[in-house]
Design a protein around this ligand. Sequence first.
Ligand SMILES: NC(=O)c1ccc[n+]([C@@H]2O[C@H](COP(=O)([O-])OP(=O)(O)OC[C@H]3O[C@@H](n4cnc5c(N)ncnc54)[C@H](O)[C@@H]3O)[C@@H](O)[C@H]2O)c1
Length: 266
Amino acid sequence: MMHQDSGIAGITGKAFIITGGQRGIGFAFACSLLKAGAKVGVLDLPEKPDTAFESVQKEYQDGCFYSRADVTDQQSLYGALETLSRSLGGIDGCVTAAGICIDKPFEEHTWIDFQKQSSVNGAGTFFTVQWVVERLKKAGKPGSILMIASQAARHVCPGHLLAAYASSKGGVLAFARNLAVELAGNGIRVNTISPGYIATEMNLSLARQRPELHEIFQNAPPLKRMGTVDDLIGGLLYLLSDSASYLTGVDLPIDGGMCVSVSNGR
Ligand SMILES: NC(=O)c1ccc[n+]([C@@H]2O[C@H](COP(=O)([O-])OP(=O)(O)OC[C@H]3O[C@@H](n4cnc5c(N)ncnc54)[C@H](O)[C@@H]3O)[C@@H](O)[C@H]2O)c1
Protein backbone atom coordinates (compact mmCIF):
# COMPACT_ATOMS: atom_id res chain seq x y z
CA MET A 1 0.00 0.00 0.00
CA MET A 2 2.90 2.38 0.74
CA HIS A 3 5.00 1.88 -2.42
CA GLN A 4 5.69 5.08 -4.26
CA ASP A 5 6.57 3.15 -7.47
CA SER A 6 3.13 1.67 -7.97
CA GLY A 7 1.46 4.69 -6.36
CA ILE A 8 -1.72 4.91 -4.37
CA ALA A 9 -4.71 6.08 -6.40
CA GLY A 10 -6.23 9.12 -4.77
CA ILE A 11 -2.99 9.99 -2.92
CA THR A 12 0.02 9.81 -5.26
CA GLY A 13 0.28 13.06 -7.19
CA LYS A 14 -2.39 14.75 -5.03
CA ALA A 15 -1.97 17.60 -2.55
CA PHE A 16 -3.26 17.79 1.02
CA ILE A 17 -3.32 20.44 3.71
CA ILE A 18 -2.56 19.15 7.22
CA THR A 19 -3.32 21.26 10.30
CA GLY A 20 -1.20 20.73 13.41
CA GLY A 21 1.29 18.79 11.30
CA GLN A 22 4.67 19.95 12.59
CA ARG A 23 4.76 17.25 15.27
CA GLY A 24 2.90 14.23 16.65
CA ILE A 25 0.16 12.52 14.65
CA GLY A 26 -0.06 15.30 12.04
CA PHE A 27 3.68 15.10 11.39
CA ALA A 28 3.57 11.31 11.00
CA PHE A 29 0.69 11.75 8.55
CA ALA A 30 2.64 14.37 6.57
CA CYS A 31 5.64 12.00 6.29
CA SER A 32 3.47 9.09 5.09
CA LEU A 33 1.68 11.15 2.49
CA LEU A 34 5.02 12.46 1.20
CA LYS A 35 6.39 8.89 1.02
CA ALA A 36 3.27 7.88 -0.88
CA GLY A 37 4.01 10.57 -3.49
CA ALA A 38 1.60 13.29 -2.37
CA LYS A 39 2.46 16.93 -1.72
CA VAL A 40 1.66 18.36 1.69
CA GLY A 41 1.11 21.84 3.07
CA VAL A 42 1.35 21.95 6.83
CA LEU A 43 0.13 24.71 9.10
CA ASP A 44 0.80 24.90 12.80
CA LEU A 45 1.42 27.36 15.64
CA PRO A 46 5.23 27.77 15.84
CA GLU A 47 6.98 30.34 13.66
CA LYS A 48 9.57 27.67 12.87
CA PRO A 49 8.45 24.03 12.77
CA ASP A 50 10.10 21.28 14.80
CA THR A 51 13.62 20.29 13.60
CA ALA A 52 12.40 16.83 12.51
CA PHE A 53 9.87 18.56 10.28
CA GLU A 54 12.56 20.83 8.85
CA SER A 55 14.71 17.88 7.80
CA VAL A 56 11.75 16.25 6.03
CA GLN A 57 11.12 19.55 4.28
CA LYS A 58 14.71 19.54 3.00
CA GLU A 59 14.22 16.04 1.61
CA TYR A 60 10.94 16.86 -0.19
CA GLN A 61 11.64 20.43 -1.21
CA ASP A 62 9.03 20.81 -3.93
CA GLY A 63 6.47 18.74 -2.09
CA CYS A 64 6.45 19.93 1.50
CA PHE A 65 5.47 23.40 2.63
CA TYR A 66 4.99 25.02 6.02
CA SER A 67 3.05 28.06 7.10
CA ARG A 68 2.61 29.42 10.60
CA ALA A 69 -1.05 29.74 11.60
CA ASP A 70 -3.39 29.68 14.57
CA VAL A 71 -6.53 27.76 13.58
CA THR A 72 -8.56 29.82 16.06
CA ASP A 73 -7.75 33.06 14.26
CA GLN A 74 -9.68 33.49 11.02
CA GLN A 75 -7.19 35.83 9.36
CA SER A 76 -4.18 33.75 10.33
CA LEU A 77 -5.88 30.49 9.25
CA TYR A 78 -7.16 31.75 5.89
CA GLY A 79 -3.82 33.46 5.14
CA ALA A 80 -1.91 30.20 5.69
CA LEU A 81 -4.42 28.12 3.73
CA GLU A 82 -4.11 30.52 0.79
CA THR A 83 -0.29 30.50 0.92
CA LEU A 84 -0.11 26.71 1.16
CA SER A 85 -2.68 26.14 -1.56
CA ARG A 86 -0.69 28.39 -3.92
CA SER A 87 2.59 26.61 -3.12
CA LEU A 88 0.92 23.25 -3.71
CA GLY A 89 -0.65 24.38 -6.99
CA GLY A 90 -4.15 23.46 -5.77
CA ILE A 91 -5.48 20.98 -3.23
CA ASP A 92 -7.28 17.63 -3.19
CA GLY A 93 -8.25 17.46 0.46
CA CYS A 94 -7.14 17.97 4.02
CA VAL A 95 -6.40 16.32 7.32
CA THR A 96 -7.28 18.21 10.48
CA ALA A 97 -4.91 17.16 13.27
CA ALA A 98 -4.50 20.44 15.21
CA GLY A 99 -5.88 19.84 18.66
CA ILE A 100 -5.47 20.47 22.37
CA CYS A 101 -6.52 18.44 25.37
CA ILE A 102 -7.22 19.73 28.89
CA ASP A 103 -7.52 16.97 31.49
CA LYS A 104 -9.12 18.17 34.74
CA PRO A 105 -12.29 17.78 36.81
CA PHE A 106 -15.49 19.13 35.25
CA GLU A 107 -16.05 21.73 38.01
CA GLU A 108 -12.55 23.14 37.60
CA HIS A 109 -12.92 23.95 33.91
CA THR A 110 -12.96 27.70 33.35
CA TRP A 111 -14.72 29.51 30.51
CA ILE A 112 -11.32 29.96 28.93
CA ASP A 113 -10.48 26.23 29.17
CA PHE A 114 -13.77 25.35 27.51
CA GLN A 115 -13.54 28.03 24.86
CA LYS A 116 -9.93 27.17 23.99
CA GLN A 117 -10.77 23.54 23.32
CA SER A 118 -13.94 24.42 21.43
CA SER A 119 -12.03 26.91 19.28
CA VAL A 120 -9.07 24.70 18.40
CA ASN A 121 -10.80 21.32 18.17
CA GLY A 122 -14.19 22.59 16.98
CA ALA A 123 -14.07 25.91 15.15
CA GLY A 124 -10.50 25.33 13.87
CA THR A 125 -11.57 22.03 12.32
CA PHE A 126 -14.87 23.41 10.99
CA PHE A 127 -13.41 26.45 9.25
CA THR A 128 -10.36 24.66 7.84
CA VAL A 129 -12.65 22.11 6.22
CA GLN A 130 -15.04 24.85 5.04
CA TRP A 131 -12.17 26.68 3.28
CA VAL A 132 -10.88 23.49 1.66
CA VAL A 133 -14.35 22.43 0.49
CA GLU A 134 -14.98 25.85 -1.07
CA ARG A 135 -11.75 25.48 -3.07
CA LEU A 136 -12.60 21.95 -4.17
CA LYS A 137 -16.05 23.01 -5.30
CA LYS A 138 -14.70 26.05 -7.14
CA ALA A 139 -12.23 23.82 -8.96
CA GLY A 140 -15.00 21.26 -9.64
CA LYS A 141 -12.81 18.58 -8.09
CA PRO A 142 -13.68 15.57 -5.97
CA GLY A 143 -11.76 15.33 -2.71
CA SER A 144 -11.18 13.61 0.55
CA ILE A 145 -11.40 15.11 4.03
CA LEU A 146 -10.09 13.34 7.12
CA MET A 147 -10.59 14.73 10.62
CA ILE A 148 -8.90 13.42 13.74
CA ALA A 149 -11.54 12.96 16.42
CA SER A 150 -10.74 10.88 19.51
CA GLN A 151 -11.67 7.79 21.47
CA ALA A 152 -12.88 10.34 24.05
CA ALA A 153 -15.81 11.12 21.73
CA ARG A 154 -16.90 7.46 21.78
CA HIS A 155 -16.40 6.33 25.37
CA VAL A 156 -15.05 7.52 28.73
CA CYS A 157 -11.26 7.12 28.83
CA PRO A 158 -9.95 5.48 31.99
CA GLY A 159 -7.43 7.68 33.77
CA HIS A 160 -8.68 10.95 32.31
CA LEU A 161 -11.19 13.72 33.09
CA LEU A 162 -12.11 15.03 29.67
CA ALA A 163 -15.64 16.46 29.84
CA ALA A 164 -14.82 19.50 27.67
CA TYR A 165 -12.30 17.79 25.37
CA ALA A 166 -14.73 14.92 24.77
CA SER A 167 -17.55 17.32 23.94
CA SER A 168 -15.35 19.14 21.42
CA LYS A 169 -14.36 15.84 19.76
CA GLY A 170 -17.95 14.58 19.84
CA GLY A 171 -18.73 17.70 17.83
CA VAL A 172 -16.14 16.66 15.25
CA LEU A 173 -17.82 13.26 14.82
CA ALA A 174 -21.28 14.81 14.39
CA PHE A 175 -19.92 17.49 12.06
CA ALA A 176 -18.18 14.89 9.86
CA ARG A 177 -21.28 12.69 9.55
CA ASN A 178 -23.45 15.63 8.51
CA LEU A 179 -20.89 16.93 6.06
CA ALA A 180 -20.41 13.49 4.50
CA VAL A 181 -24.03 13.52 3.37
CA GLU A 182 -24.06 17.20 2.37
CA LEU A 183 -20.96 16.83 0.18
CA ALA A 184 -21.51 13.35 -1.24
CA GLY A 185 -23.07 14.79 -4.41
CA ASN A 186 -19.86 16.72 -5.04
CA GLY A 187 -17.68 13.61 -4.82
CA ILE A 188 -16.11 14.87 -1.59
CA ARG A 189 -15.74 12.13 1.01
CA VAL A 190 -15.54 12.95 4.72
CA ASN A 191 -14.30 10.50 7.35
CA THR A 192 -12.73 10.53 10.81
CA ILE A 193 -10.17 8.54 12.77
CA SER A 194 -10.60 8.20 16.52
CA PRO A 195 -7.22 7.32 17.98
CA GLY A 196 -6.83 5.65 21.37
CA TYR A 197 -3.87 6.30 23.67
CA ILE A 198 -1.14 7.27 21.19
CA ALA A 199 2.40 8.05 22.34
CA THR A 200 2.78 11.72 21.43
CA GLU A 201 3.63 14.80 23.45
CA MET A 202 -0.10 15.33 24.14
CA ASN A 203 -0.30 12.17 26.27
CA LEU A 204 3.30 11.88 27.37
CA SER A 205 3.25 15.36 28.90
CA LEU A 206 0.19 14.37 30.97
CA ALA A 207 1.96 11.21 32.12
CA ARG A 208 4.99 13.25 33.23
CA GLN A 209 2.69 14.99 35.72
CA ARG A 210 0.75 11.80 36.63
CA PRO A 211 3.03 8.75 36.21
CA GLU A 212 0.14 6.36 36.99
CA LEU A 213 -1.14 7.12 33.50
CA HIS A 214 1.67 5.02 31.96
CA GLU A 215 0.16 1.88 33.48
CA ILE A 216 -3.29 2.80 32.12
CA PHE A 217 -1.92 3.54 28.63
CA GLN A 218 -0.29 0.09 28.54
CA ASN A 219 -2.99 -1.99 30.19
CA ALA A 220 -6.41 -0.46 29.49
CA PRO A 221 -6.44 -1.36 25.76
CA PRO A 222 -7.31 -5.03 25.18
CA LEU A 223 -4.26 -5.21 22.89
CA LYS A 224 -2.19 -4.39 26.03
CA ARG A 225 0.02 -1.60 24.76
CA MET A 226 0.01 2.10 24.05
CA GLY A 227 -0.49 2.98 20.38
CA THR A 228 2.11 4.68 18.22
CA VAL A 229 1.65 7.13 15.38
CA ASP A 230 2.57 4.28 13.00
CA ASP A 231 -0.54 2.41 14.11
CA LEU A 232 -2.64 5.14 12.48
CA ILE A 233 -0.94 5.26 9.09
CA GLY A 234 -2.81 2.38 7.43
CA GLY A 235 -6.11 4.05 8.33
CA LEU A 236 -4.95 7.42 7.00
CA LEU A 237 -3.84 5.99 3.65
CA TYR A 238 -6.93 3.85 3.27
CA LEU A 239 -9.43 6.60 4.07
CA LEU A 240 -7.78 9.19 1.81
CA SER A 241 -7.22 6.77 -1.08
CA ASP A 242 -9.52 5.62 -3.85
CA SER A 243 -9.69 2.20 -2.14
CA ALA A 244 -12.21 3.96 0.11
CA SER A 245 -14.08 5.56 -2.78
CA TYR A 246 -17.40 3.99 -1.65
CA LEU A 247 -16.92 5.02 1.95
CA THR A 248 -17.95 8.28 3.53
CA GLY A 249 -19.23 9.37 6.94
CA VAL A 250 -17.45 6.70 8.96
CA ASP A 251 -15.32 6.92 12.07
CA LEU A 252 -12.42 4.49 12.28
CA PRO A 253 -11.47 3.80 15.89
CA ILE A 254 -7.77 2.83 16.04
CA ASP A 255 -7.52 2.28 19.76
CA GLY A 256 -6.27 -1.20 20.60
CA GLY A 257 -9.83 -2.40 21.20
CA MET A 258 -10.87 0.32 23.66
CA CYS A 259 -14.04 0.98 21.65
CA VAL A 260 -15.43 -2.45 22.41
CA SER A 261 -13.96 -3.16 25.84
CA VAL A 262 -14.87 0.14 27.47
CA SER A 263 -18.39 0.23 26.09
CA ASN A 264 -18.84 -3.32 27.38
CA GLY A 265 -17.65 -2.19 30.80
CA ARG A 266 -14.58 -4.48 30.92
N1 LIG B 1 -2.20 11.45 21.21
C1 LIG B 1 -3.34 10.84 21.42
O1 LIG B 1 -3.41 9.86 22.19
C2 LIG B 1 -4.60 11.29 20.76
C3 LIG B 1 -5.74 10.51 20.96
C4 LIG B 1 -6.94 10.91 20.35
C5 LIG B 1 -6.97 12.04 19.56
N2 LIG B 1 -5.85 12.78 19.41
C6 LIG B 1 -5.95 13.97 18.56
O2 LIG B 1 -4.99 13.88 17.52
C7 LIG B 1 -4.62 15.19 17.10
C8 LIG B 1 -3.10 15.30 17.12
O3 LIG B 1 -2.66 15.18 18.45
P1 LIG B 1 -1.18 14.74 18.85
O4 LIG B 1 -1.30 13.60 19.76
O5 LIG B 1 -0.34 14.66 17.65
O6 LIG B 1 -0.80 16.01 19.76
P2 LIG B 1 0.39 17.06 19.65
O7 LIG B 1 0.17 17.96 20.80
O8 LIG B 1 1.69 16.34 19.52
O9 LIG B 1 0.11 17.79 18.27
C9 LIG B 1 -0.93 18.72 18.13
C10 LIG B 1 -0.47 19.78 17.16
O10 LIG B 1 -1.55 20.72 17.03
C11 LIG B 1 -0.98 22.02 17.03
N3 LIG B 1 -1.94 23.04 17.47
C12 LIG B 1 -2.50 23.19 18.71
N4 LIG B 1 -3.24 24.30 18.76
C13 LIG B 1 -3.17 24.87 17.52
C14 LIG B 1 -3.73 26.05 16.96
N5 LIG B 1 -4.48 26.89 17.67
N6 LIG B 1 -3.43 26.33 15.66
C15 LIG B 1 -2.64 25.50 14.92
N7 LIG B 1 -2.09 24.38 15.42
C16 LIG B 1 -2.36 24.08 16.70
C17 LIG B 1 0.19 21.92 18.02
O11 LIG B 1 1.10 22.99 17.88
C18 LIG B 1 0.75 20.56 17.66
O12 LIG B 1 1.74 20.64 16.67
C19 LIG B 1 -5.31 16.16 18.07
O13 LIG B 1 -6.49 16.64 17.47
C20 LIG B 1 -5.67 15.27 19.25
O14 LIG B 1 -6.76 15.77 19.97
C21 LIG B 1 -4.67 12.44 19.99
